[in-house]
Design a protein around this ligand. Structure first.
Ligand SMILES: [Fe+2]
Length: 438
């Protein structure tokens, strides 16, 4: 944050946190569009889709996934038009989902779960199965990304799935490695105003590993194209051939080692590159998100709480630090900015929405006890000239079965609630989303 160097946050124990297990549990999809019940008001200028994705199915037959990241992708769609809101959701019909469903067990390994040989196979079949080509998961459950005007759902493998954002149906599976020499790409590309997309992906070869910067052109040459024309525009060799770093999103900088999932923004100021990001000293949080930990309650949760670093004054520490950062991307990506928005983490999942003023070092917080809001998405009001002229959208869910989940709309300026659209559907805690105007 500018000149204010981060200082290590004081570890604070959080005791007797409520269980959030229902937010990390398999739910049913809602393929038929249902109306939401509006309380307050949704601005009539706010016309579009809030698309979100995250894990929504955690077992097949007797097999259970170990890690939150492994759950089968569930696509959510909130459609806002002239002050009304509807909702629908669908499981991504990935090859992984289909294969697991047909076999009624986990047949394809995920980040934290290895698939095991079918116990029903005889010895000869098991012997043969060792020689089957391993299949990489196409359970792309992390984020919606955009290439050449089309929407894809992405994780960090070589596969992406193109989806129809109206029906939430998968239309095509795309393999990065068929176009360029990379073994995958992040789920957090960046976009130029003309639609040119940039991403990063590692490559692994006999001479060593490389970090590759990827460019995807903004326009199609032929109808039906996907990421045709993608190029590696810069390839940086890993310092140690066999030890390539992990990155979840990207910027360019030199620093002591740390783990970061999300960049907030990067820009030039007084001949310096300023980079703001959410970071941790180590990768312990990946272990914390084992499903068995997430589903603990009370004392069980007390034992697995992790520390965080301060990005701001002490009041941000009170909110549990911040993640899922978002900015007014359309106008301020790559530029000096003043506001970012994110989720506070006084629990293992976000339990508040926070607006950070990086100039005055102040916070605005929205919280409702027992409710867990998703990554805040900023939508500018048409014609707005001010950076925070617009609204914040977030899907707010509760582990209590008698509470309605809802799409929340806040005034981005004062962080006050304008309205909420309640949907009587159980939803698990997800990862990322995007707003698509109509
Ligand atoms: Fe992410």
């Amino acid at each position: 944050m500018g000149n204010t160097h981060q200082k290590k946050a004081i570890f604070r124990e959080r005791q007797n946190l409520p269980s959030i297990a229902p937010l990390l549990t398999t739910v049913k999809e809602t393929p038929q569009t249902i109306p939401a019940r509006i309380r307050g008001r949704f601005p009539t200028w706010l016309n579009g889709y809030l698309l979100r994705i995250g894990p929504g199915k955690f077992e097949f037959g007797k097999n259970k996934y170990n890690h939150w990241f492994d759950g089968m992708a569930l696509l959510h769609q909130f459609r806002m038009e002239k002050g009304t809101v509807t909702y629908k959701s669908r499981f991504l019909q990935s090859d992984t989902y289909m294969a697991n469903s047909v076999h009624d067990r986990i047949v394809i390994s995920e980040f934290g779960t290895l698939s095991l040989p079918d116990p029903c196979k005889n010895i000869f079949e098991r012997f043969m199965s060792k020689f089957e080509k391993p299949t990489i998961t196409d359970n792309t459950n992390v984020n919606y990304v955009q290439y050449k005007g089309d929407y894809y759902v992405s994780t960090e493998t070589n596969f992406m799935n193109k989806v129809d954002i109206e029906t939430l149906e998968k239309t095509e599976k795309v393999d990065w490695s068929k176009f360029i020499a990379v073994n995958g790409a992040t789920a957090h590309p960046h976009y130029d105003p003309d639609g040119t997309a940039y991403n990063m992906g590692n490559s692994y070869g006999p001479s060593g590993s490389c970090y590759n910067v990827i460019r995807v052109p903004p326009e199609k040459v032929d109808v039906g194209e996907t990421i045709h024309g993608a190029q590696v525009i810069c390839s940086i060799a890993s310092t140690e051939k066999m030890k390539v770093s992990y990155y979840h999103s990207f910027g360019m900088y030199f620093s002591k080692p740390f783990l970061s999932f999300h960049q907030i923004n990067a820009f030039e100021d007084q001949n310096c590159v300023v980079l703001d990001l959410c970071c941790q000293d180590n990768g312990r949080s990946l272990d914390v998100y084992q499903l068995q930990n997430l589903r603990k309650a009370g004392e069980g949760l007390d034992q697995i709480w992790c520390s965080h670093e301060n990005l701001h004054k002490e009041d941000l520490e009170e909110e549990g630090g911040i993640e899922f950062p978002q900015i007014n991307y359309g106008q301020f990506n790559g530029k000096k900015y003043r506001y970012f928005y994110g989720c506070g983490f006084r629990h293992l999942v976000g339990d508040s929405l926070i607006k950070v003023d990086v100039v005055n070092k102040t916070l605005k917080v929205w919280r409702e006890d027992g409710f867990y809001p998703s990554e805040p998405v900023f939508v500018p009001v048409p014609g707005a000239s001010e950076e925070d002229g617009g609204v914040i959208l977030s899907v707010v869910i509760s582990p209590k079965q008698n509470e309605s989940n809802f799409l929340l709309v806040l005034d981005a300026k004062n962080f006050e609630e304008l309205g909420r659209a309640e949907v009587p559907v159980q939803m698990p805690y997800g990862f990322h989303g995007t707003f698509v105007p109509i």
